[in-house]
Design a protein. Sequence first.
Length: 148
Amino acid sequence: MLSSIKSLFDAVSADTNLESSVDLTRKVSIVLMIEVALSDGNFDQTERAQLVSTITQRWKLATPVVNDLIDLAEQQQDSSTSLFEHTRVINQYLSRDEKIGLVDCLWEIAFADGRADHFEENTIRKIADLIYVEHRDFIRSKIRVRNH
């Protein structure tokens, strides 16, 4: 299973046509979520469980597939040199509303332990800026997720 998903990611990386844009944006979205989880220096089981829940609910994928996607995204995140390489894909394929939805997901990860650390908030702010989410939408997203 893991090897078939890895081949999909490799194929998506090599082929950025419209059909594969969904897979590519999912991949980089997960990498960005992991970036938020790691930003405070602690990617614990609570954050991982929230990551699985967020992805499962958002994209209606089976938990084993989600776990494999997360493992692959962690490997991708380890070799990543900047947020720009991932946010460039988001800007290419996602609409304004989809970008705000991604910011919601990032906040869900940050609030997994009950509070958003300032490092997590700073990382989300950087990502939101790079994907051209307006400050008011950034704040609305934070409040919406925190109060949920």
